[in-house]
Every structure is written in structure tokens, then in C-alpha cells.
Design a protein around this ligand. Structure first.
Ligand SMILES: [Zn+2]
Length: 417
């Protein structure tokens, strides 16, 4: 186990706040250390041209290196300034009207929180100039545990049962570490702040109960046996599964992961709002569907006008079915396939109208109609409404997690602060 812990830590724990001074002028912000929470870099603004920062305390600004690991304080910037704007001037970052000859700036607030465009965040901020000098990104850099305090309350109602919140905390922690390990090695951020990864709303999403759920599960992640060793996996979760969770392979492709094979869930029906469990039919003009599909998948243009759309593979459950593969057929009879989840989100990017792939698709002359809608979200992994039901029945978060992620093992990969 000790060997495994080191393995996980090497993969997952990148940068840990240290705050120690290397020399009089150069400040080292982070260091590798395996006993503290990993650092998460959240992309808050992408390709921005301007933004506003604010803090109750002084903000110190550092010219930092590409890895944001260390830097030198820019002493001539007015340290007393706590509110300022950032813009681009002639391809350079400017703070208020001061143009700065640096590609990466790190902002450290005396009081540990910084406001960005009216929202407040823990940790530090990095402003990073794009390669073409035409925009900049803003990343929030903070400990994994502080990050989770801004996620759990954004992804689940903070008044829900404590055990459901704790299950969410473990799922969100594991998911973040998986994304970091799998995708973030060659980029300067780990997570987006949106549903593309998981919703992060900073301090606005925090409550006492949410912080408690994170603290009570500190350092705990889910693993599964991948060949001879334990490994973390993408602990997907979704609002309500409609009665049965999905096999991740049918939704996202990739490897078969036993904890993500899908389980029966008679629990979410009692918790989910009816309009989200059995949703109303929605229709889209055929021309709109055609355009959206071509925008998202330009290679489909070879089909020309799509004449027919058929569900060619689906998951059959007791009370409902979910589409897993869709066939698009042109007037000449040529066809192509899309995963139903990709098809759904290509047409309805928000996922708020076609709420899941639990639909029946019919041709209504100039429109496509999605009816008999069941479930909300992709349906893989933890069913959040189901978790709340199980928690109300008196079960704890470990039982919830082992139900929705069967054959998984809960492991504590770092100690508390
Ligand atoms: Zn469910």
C-alpha cells in the first residue's frame, strides 16, 4: 500500500504551497511535498482582453516562470493597491495603466482571497499572456481541498444530507485528480470551472456544511484494481440517472472500468424534480439540427442533407431505454454514426433541453422530436439524486460510493493539513 501511495502521489501531487523564500528577491511559491494536498490550477478566464481584480488586503505581484513555481516581486507596482484592472496594451499585460514586461504574473493577496470580476476565490491568481500576445488567461491556483469547497456546493444542493455531500466530495476529488493526471501534463491549467469538467464557483459556493463534507473526507479518493495495481478512475457523476446508471463505455468510449459499468437505481425518482426525471418533449427544426451537427463534426458535411436519424443501439432497462448510438443517413443512403451523448450535446450544447439520451426520436416533417425523456445528465457513475435518497435512508458516504462505483476501493492518499 505504501508503494502504491507513492505512485499516486507522484502522478497526482504536482505542486504544494510552501511560501518559503529562496533568496532575498526570488520567491518560491510551491514545492513538491507528499504530505500536503495537491495544488489545482483552475482556468477562470480564457482568451481574455480585460478583467478586474479586487481584494480586502494588499496584493503583491510577482513576475513568475512558465511553471508558476517561483518568481520575483515587482516592487515598483503600488503594493497598497488592492483593486485594479488588467488589460492588454501593445501585446503586453498592463495593470491599470502600467505596462509590464512579463508573460506570467502571479498575484498573492495578504488576506488569502482575491476577487475576479466580482467573484471571490481562495488561493492565488496567475495571469498568463497567450503565445500570440493577443489575449491572456487567468488561472486560480489553490489547494485541492480549498478547490473542492468551491465545487461540492456548486454541484450539489448544500442543504442535502451530509453523507451525500461527502460522497460528492470524494467523487469530485477523484475526478479532479484523474483529469489532472490524464490531461493536464502539457498545459498550464488543470480544470475548467464549468460543466466541461466540474462546476467551480469559488467562495460563493461554500457553506459550513460543504466545508465540513470536504474536511471529513480529506485526502480520500476512489481507486479500482487496474491489472496488478490500484489506480484512480474518472469518477463521473450526474444529476439523476432515470432508473439505471450507464456503462461509461457506451457514453464516453474508452476502456472498460468495472466501477463504471452501471447499476440499477430505484432511488433517484423520489428525489429528482419531476420535470427533470421525466422531461417534456422537445423539438428542433431539421435545418437547425443539420447546422449544429455540421458545426460540431465538420466531416459529416460529406453526407449533405441528413434525411433520416435512427437510434441503432440502445441500453434497455426495465422502465426506459437510453440511446447509445445514432445513425445519420443522407438522401443518397450514405450513413455515419455518433455516440448518442455526443449527438445530444452537439444539438443542445447546454444539455438543458435534451436532458439525457433517455429519449425516443421521431421525425415530424420539418422537425426532430425528442420525447419520453427520462433522466438528467449522462447517467454515468454516481447518481446525485440517488445518493441523496440513500443518505436519507441512513447509509453513509462509503456505502453510497460502493453502490454507485462497485468494486472500487476508498483510499486516503494524503494526510490532513
Ligand atoms: Zn438514479
Amino acid at each position: 500500500m505504501f508503494k502504491y501511495l507513492n505512485y499516486l502521489i507522484v502522478f497526482c501531487v504536482l505542486l504544494v504551497f510552501s511560501g518559503c523564500r529562496k533568496s532575498k528577491d526570488t520567491v518560491e511559491f510551491y514545492q513538491l511535498e507528499d504530505s500536503c494536498p495537491p495544488i489545482v490550477r483552475v482556468l477562470l478566464l480564457s482568451e481574455a482582453n480585460g478583467c478586474e481584480f479586487a481584494s480586502d488586503g494588499q496584493i503583491s505581484i510577482y513576475d513568475c516562470n512558465e511553471s508558476f513555481l517561483s518568481g520575483q516581486e515587482i516592487s515598483d507596482f503600488n503594493k497598497a493597491t488592492s483593486d485594479f484592472s488588467v488589460n492588454l496594451t501593445d501585446g503586453k499585460i498592463s495593470l491599470d495603466s502600467n505596462s509590464i514586461d512579463s508573460r506570467n504574473l502571479l498575484l498573492v493577496s495578504q488576506n488569502q482571497t482575491i476577487g475576479l470580476n466580482g467573484d471571490e476565490y481562495r488561493g492565488k491568481m496567475v495571469i498568463s499572456l497567450a503565445q500570440d500576445n493577443n489575449s491572456f488567461d487567468v488561472m486560480n491556483i489553490l489547494s485541492l481541498e480549498d478547490y473542492l469547497k468551491g465545487v461540492v456546493g456548486a454541484e450539489m444542493y448544500s442543504y442535502w444530507e451530509m453523507e451525500a455531500l461527502k460522497a460528492q466530495a470524494v467523487a469530485s476529488r477523484t475526478y479532479c485528480l484523474y483529469i489532472k493526471k490524464r490531461f493536464a501534463t502539457n498545459r498550464n491549467w488543470d480544470m475548467k470551472k464549468s460543466q466541461a469538467h466540474q462546476v467551480y464557483s469559488g467562495i460563493a459556493a461554500e457553506t459550513k456544511r460543504v466545508r465540513s463534507a470536504v474536511e471529513q473526507t480529506a485526502g480520500e479518493v476512489l481507486t479500482y484494481k487496474n491489472e496488478a495495481k490500484l489506480d484512480i478512475f474518472p469518477t463521473y457523476y450526474a444529476s439523476n440517472c432515470g432508473g439505471h446508471t450507464q456503462n461509461s463505455v457506451d457514453v464516453f468510449g474508452g476502456d472498460n472500468i468495472k466501477p463504471l459499468n452501471g447499476v440499477k437505481c430505484p432511488f433517484c425518482k423520489d428525489i429528482a424534480k419531476k420535470r427533470f426525471f421525466n422531461w417534456e418533449p422537445v423539438s428542433f427544426k431539421k435545418s437547425f439540427v443539420q447546422n449544429r451537427l455540421m458545426e460540431r463534426y465538420p466531416s459529416l458535411a460529406r453526407l449533405g442533407d441528413i434525411q433520416r436519424i435512427e437510434t441503432v443501439r440502445k441500453s434497455d432497462y426495465a422502465d426506459f431505454t437510453r440511446a447509445t448510438f445514432i445513425k445519420l443517413i443522407s438522401s443518397s443512403g450514405e450513413g455515419d454514426f455518433l455516440r448518442a451523448e455526443d449527438f445530444r450535446l452537439a444539438i443542445d450544447r447546454s444539455g438543458l433541453k435534451i436532458k439525457s439520451t433517455g429519449f425516443e426520436l421521431t421525425d415530424a416533417n420539418d422537425s426532430w422530436v425528442f420525447s419520453n425523456g427520462t433522466g438528467y445528465g449522462h447517467g454515468v457513475g454516481l447518481c446525485q439524486c440517488g445518493a441523496e435518497h440513500i443518505a436519507r435512508c441512513g447509509k453513509d458516504y462509503k456505502q453510497i460510493l460502493s453502490y454507485y462505483y462497485p468494486d472500487s476501493k476508498l483510499v486516503k492518499i494524503f494526510k490532513d493539513d
